[in-house]
Design a binder for this molecule. Structure first.
Ligand code: CLF
Ligand code: SF4
Length: 297
């Protein structure tokens, strides 16, 4: 349990609502949607909406420039005293937009130095950015890992765009899994805590996620967050259009239970928007639109 964590780890998680079940009752997080582009395609994603690796499908966030984002963080931190973490989680992949993501971190570190920085990525370019992330004192990185077997990966990812080239099928999935695991090992060796998100897709990776759990555990991942596929035809995702169903609540819990013991499982994830604000499960994003922040000044 949380009380058994070594003190140096507890220090890092006690104020983070996603990394500590306990903390989520007392601390709030916010996201800023500064990262529009993505370098891979997931079959459960519709680019009209926020990245479905760390958010609820079918939600469109208000995109901000890094300067607008930093202003928003200032305004929110002044209004919500429990605000402890700024995460960048979309609407595309934060590390496929490194200028915007790192400029935002720079400005936030300068204007609101008490706010911890957090990032969520598909992992494709993570190894290229770990050094820079650790320069910002980042202690929390999420990687979405849905497979470690490229044959399964080919059913989830139609293509990736890597080093100026498009890859498809098994070849694409092989590059993606190698880069994700390499990035995870680099985080672990630097003492950065990692959370692994996995989207449970019945008939595709549901049984396989037990192997994913072992693979990330053996590479030092801190927390595993298995999320249900939310696939609806109106979102226009490939899985939505092909009638791919999501898991039932019982199926999800059974998988989480079978992984429990291997490592800490996250069970309080609320699948936030890329511009979420507030305690987990409470959504105050509508109070902090750009218009309203201008009014506050
Ligand atoms: Fe955001 Fe994600 Fe950081 Fe948390 S959310 S970038 S780790 S600050 Fe948290 Fe929201 Fe679940 Fe994400 S409840 S979707 S796990
Ligand atoms: Fe969509 Fe996120 Fe996958 Fe990119 S990583 S395709 S934004 S779900």
């Amino acid at each position: 349990g949380e009380n058994d964590l070594p003190p140096e780890i507890w220090e890092k998680v006690k104020n983070h609502p996603c990394y500590s079940e306990e903390a989520h009752h007392h601390f709030a997080r916010m996201h800023v949607a500064v990262a529009p582009a993505c370098n891979i395609q997931c079959n459960y994603c519709n680019r009209k909406y926020d990245c479905a690796n760390e958010s609820r499908p079918g939600v469109v966030s208000e995109k901000l420039t890094p300067e607008q984002a930093a202003k928003k963080v200032l305004a929110v931190a002044a209004t919500i005293p429990q605000m402890s973490v700024l995460g960048i989680a979309g609407p595309g992949d934060p590390l496929a937009n490194p200028e915007k993501t790192f400029r935002t971190f720079e400005l936030v570190a300068k204007y609101t130095p008490d706010i911890k920085l957090c990032v969520s990525t598909n992992g494709l370019t993570l190894p290229d950015h770990v050094e820079r992330l650790s320069g910002f004192n980042i202690d929390h990185v999420t990687i979405t890992i849905n497979m470690i077997d490229p044959e399964i990966g080919a059913k989830i990812y139609p293509w990736i765009y890597y080093k100026k080239k498009r890859y498809t099928g098994v070849e694409a999935a092989k590059i993606l899994t190698e880069r994700q695991l390499e990035g995870l090992e680099m985080l672990t060796s630097r003492g950065i805590l990692s959370k692994i998100n996995s989207v449970m897709i019945p008939g595709i990776n549901d049984k396989h996620l037990v192997d994913v759990n072992k693979a990330v555990k053996s590479r030092g991942a801190f927390l595993h967050n298995i999320m249900p596929l939310i696939s609806a035809p109106e979102h226009g995702t490939v899985f939505g259009l092909t009638g791919q169903r999501g898991p039932t609540a019982q199926e999800l819990k059974a998988l989480q239970d079978s992984c429990e013991g291997e490592m800490n499982m996250m069970r309080h994830c609320r699948q936030c928007r890329a511009d979420a604000v507030g305690l987990l499960g409470e959504d105050r994003s509508a109070e902090f639109t750009t218009d309203k922040i201008m009014e506050m000044e």
